[in-house]
Write a protein that binds this ligand. Structure first.
Ligand code: ZN
Length: 681
């Protein structure tokens, strides 16, 4: 398997044939005008402009005139350009975001009925064509001529010694690092929509699963979406002491048939047939629990014809079309790891393997076996018996919360007080609270950032007529964590071009820190050591599970890049083999069973373009930040210190935050302690 950080291939054949000659000519001219010390900048700028220039942008003379007029050959001009662009791009992004927020208001907030036109306007994105426009009017080329595009390799190697200004210039240029033609973007959106649609309709009608005796284990009307609901049903079946185990084994068979595509096509999303997943026999439904038309008497149990892998392959082929237009990250794999995550793939793989091969895995597995009083079975990768105990019932908590927060306004008014309890100074608590506006959410709640300093972050929270309930409060505290991070990382970072955090895992980790203290914010005691240990073990086992899933996702994308002309059947076979290999290596020794294909069942694998590694990395990051908060004591000042670092690479951010790069140690150390606390060893 090749590394994703190989040096980028030039976009051969995309720029006009004269571009090289013109660039050479202009280099001579500009060096003569601005002096030898500017040669490196001139050379790089010309190469970047030439790389993205298309015939439609103008002929050689137009290229040369453009370069003459727009190269900032002295520091004063460069500073002016940098400062103005930073201000203007903040205004553009901020106002576009403001329009989006206003246009979505009716859909997002609890403001009465949504009319069909509200959905049209809510789905409209005024910024969709901005990048195209900036290539057309050549503003993008001004940036490319004057500021450096970098590879992840360069950012990792040189970044730690860069000045802040160098970091900011790098982020400025990154906004223009791709020029993907509209038809390629459209192809990607179509493949995503099509595969998403396939996944969204992939339901299993559970009452129609029958065993050899014709027994039905699941209740009527139960319709489970693969893989989320199937997995969650396995989790809740641990509480069913009579039929739980049989149900879990049945779901495992269903999942395996989905991965291998031996599932009969006719049973997908079809309550008109009964199916025995063990023998694969299909018959017309003997019971009716839907208004679907009855099935014909003669039924075929022909397998699903590799549709799952046809969909996956479509997303791959669509994504691959963008490769030539993304010179600093010329594969989807590189775009995911080098741009979105900014952690090289080999390092991610090493971190995942560190968890998967940790000596803690067999210890936690033994604890699970002891609690289950039976040997592990493969579906126990989804074991959910590590649970924090609670002193209070949900009803008691609901009552407390409803009394405290009868309206969203009551929560709004209490924000400074909540922040004080989290260790912010009175002055900082007032400051942050002044940047957050609470709105009544239509759904369960979410946080919406501001994208310019003159705007507030929005906390959307659900408040029932009877007042806020505990679940709503727990979510509101999480979303408030996002808003506080958003406030610092926009308003208190030194440059708006590096506003934010490295990626979503960081803002989620910071939000979880707030959420983990929700009981204390209600004036109740913090979770005790035993509860915390259970939570840690739950997170560890979840990370162990999803790390293998992520490795399968990664290996499948490499396989597709290595076999771009494979048939869907070949991709099916390869995915099944990869799922088995990863299982055999990291799970078979624990579960004492070989060749299990369950790791291939995640639906994200089909429609989410190599998204799965985000989950285990997110767990690792969350633990690092949590452990640092524990060390620091008061959350407030530490939270602010971390959030002000801005959007640099994850490793640099984490070193500033905790003294160490992103890694698995914090999770493993916490798990070790948790095992000791629960008597697991
Ligand atoms: Zn969140």
């Amino acid at each position: 398997m090749q590394s994703s950080t190989a040096s980028p291939a030039p976009a051969v054949g995309v720029s006009p044939a004269w571009a090289i000659d013109s660039a050479t000519k202009m280099e001579r001219e500009l060096v003569a005008r601005y002096g030898e010390p500017q040669r490196e900048r001139i050379e790089r700028g010309l190469q970047q402009v030439a790389e993205f220039w298309r015939a439609e942008d103008g002929d050689a003379a137009a290229f040369e005139d453009f370069v003459r007029a727009n190269f900032a050959g002295d520091q004063a001009t460069l500073d002016t350009m940098f400062n103005r662009l930073e201000h203007l791009l903040e205004q553009l992004g901020g106002h576009m975001h403001e329009i989006n927020r206003e246009f979505r208001q009716q859909m997002d907030l609890d403001l009465g009925p949504v009319l069909p036109f509200d959905e049209i306007i809510g789905g409209y994105d005024p910024s969709a064509h901005v990048l195209d426009d900036f290539f057309h009017n050549k503003l993008a080329f001004v940036v490319l001529l004057n500021f450096p595009l970098t590879t992840l390799d360069e950012r990792l190697k040189d970044g730690p010694s860069w000045s802040r200004r160098q970091w900011v210039e790098t982020r400025l240029a990154e906004g223009f690092s791709k020029r993907i033609p509209a038809e390629v973007s459209l192809g990607i959106a179509q493949a995503e929509a099509q595969s998403g649609q396939y996944i969204a309709e992939y339901n299993i009608w559970m009452h129609h699963l029958v065993d050899a005796q014709g027994q039905r284990l699941f209740p009527p009307k139960m319709r489970l979406l693969s893989h989320w609901n199937l997995r969650d049903e396995i989790k809740s079946d641990y509480a069913d002491s009579s039929a739980g185990l049989a149900k879990q084994r049945t779901i495992q068979q269903v999942m395996e048939r989905i991965v291998t595509q031996t599932i009969p096509a006719v049973v997908v999303n079809n309550p008109a047939v009964d199916w025995n997943p063990s023998t694969n026999q299909v018959t017309p439904a003997a019971v009716k629990d839907s208004d679907a038309a009855p099935a014909p008497a003669k039924l075929s149990n022909a397998r699903e014809p590799d549709t799952r892998y046809t969909m996956l392959q479509k997303t791959f082929l669509a994504a691959k079309q963008a490769d030539p237009y993304s010179p600093t990250a010329p594969t989807l794999i590189a775009r995911r790891f080098d741009e979105d995550r900014e952690i090289p793939e080999p390092r991610v793989r090493a971190m995942l393997e560190q968890v998967l091969t940790s000596p803690l895995v067999p210890q936690v597995a033994k604890l699970i076996e002891a609690r289950l009083k039976r040997p592990l079975e493969p579906f126990d990768v989804w074991y959910n018996g590590f649970r924090p105990g609670s002193q209070f019932t949900e009803a008691q908590l609901d009552e407390m919360v409803a009394k405290k927060y009868p309206t969203p306004q009551a929560y709004q008014q209490d924000i400074p007080n909540l922040l004080l309890k989290l260790g912010f100074s009175p002055e900082r608590a007032q400051y942050v609270a002044g940047h957050i506006q609470v709105d009544p959410a239509r759904g369960s709640g979410h946080a919406m950032s501001a994208e310019m300093r003159s705007e507030k972050a929005h906390l959307r929270t659900r408040v029932e007529k009877s007042g806020m309930n505990y679940k709503g409060f727990n979510i509101a505290v999480h979303e408030m964590g996002h808003n506080v991070e958003q406030t610092f990382s926009l308003n208190d970072v030194d440059h708006t071009l590096v506003k934010g955090v490295p990626n979503t895992a960081f803002t989620e980790a910071l939000a979880f820190v707030f959420q983990g203290h929700d009981l204390e914010l209600l004036g109740l005691p913090a979770p005790d050591a035993k509860s915390q240990a259970e939570k840690t073990l739950n997170d560890f086992w979840g990370t162990y599970e999803i790390a293998g899933v992520a490795l399968v996702d990664m290996a499948v994308w490499h396989w597709m890049y290595d076999h771009p002309h494979a048939s869907p059947k070949e991709l099916n076979d390869a995915t099944v083999q990869i799922s088995r290999d990863v299982w055999n290596r990291y799970y078979a020794p624990i579960f004492q069973k070989k060749d299990v294909v369950l790791l291939g069942v995640y639906s994200h694998m089909i429609d989410s373009f190599l998204y799965l590694p985000d989950y285990p990395i997110g767990h690792l990051i969350a633990f690092q930040i949590e452990e640092q908060m524990k060390k620091a004591g008061a959350i407030g000042p530490e939270f602010e210190r971390m959030a002000k670092m801005g959007d640099v690479t994850p490793d640099l951010w984490m070193e500033n935050a905790t003294g160490k790069p992103v890694g698995a140690e914090a999770l493993l150390e916490a798990t070790q302690k948790a095992l000791a606390a629960t008597g697991g060893r």
